[in-house]
Design a protein around this ligand. Structure first.
Ligand SMILES: [Zn+2]
Ligand SMILES: [Zn+2]
Length: 138
């Protein structure tokens, strides 16, 4: 699959049985439908609030990026309605696109406590160490 942002071929990572397609160039991540929920489960995050956030719809918005699976224009939406994150969703429900760092932020936002937040950091840490408050180096 191609990165919807820079059109580079993406690489596939596997985290505890969940496949993530990631772009090495821009650091974005594509998750097929259901994979985010699985990541949440692995981190012990309650599925309800996260699922509700992902159902949010921003009417009238149409994104510039295209779904890497079906090539339809994706729909940008703000999962927490607080301006902190703007994700893109395939209109057919193929999956979700996260810019660099957004996946970790979203999962941390829905962590109910420090233990869950730590589980998220652990899970994503190897792959996203820059994005979760680690030192990116210079
Ligand atoms: Zn990219
Ligand atoms: Zn699609």
């Amino acid at each position: 699959m191609q990165c919807p942002q820079c059109r580079e071929p993406m690489v596939i990572y596997e985290l505890d049985g969940v496949e993530l397609d990631s772009c090495l160039r821009c650091g974005g991540v594509w998750l097929d439908a259901g994979e985010l929920e699985t990541l949440g489960n692995l981190s012990g995050i309650a599925p309800g609030p996260l699922a509700a956030a992902l159902m949010r719809v921003q009417k009238g918005k149409r994104g510039a990026r295209r779904c890497p699976r079906c090539r339809r224009a994706m729909l940008p939406f703000d999962p927490a309605d607080d301006g902190a994150l703007m994700l893109d969703r395939c209109p057919r429900g193929d999956g979700l696109w996260f810019d660099r760092g957004e996946l970790g932020l979203l999962l941390q936002k829905y962590s109910a406590n420090n233990a869950e937040a730590a589980a998220v950091r652990n899970l994503l840490g190897n792959m996203f160490q820059y994005e979760l408050g680690g030192n990116p180096g210079h």
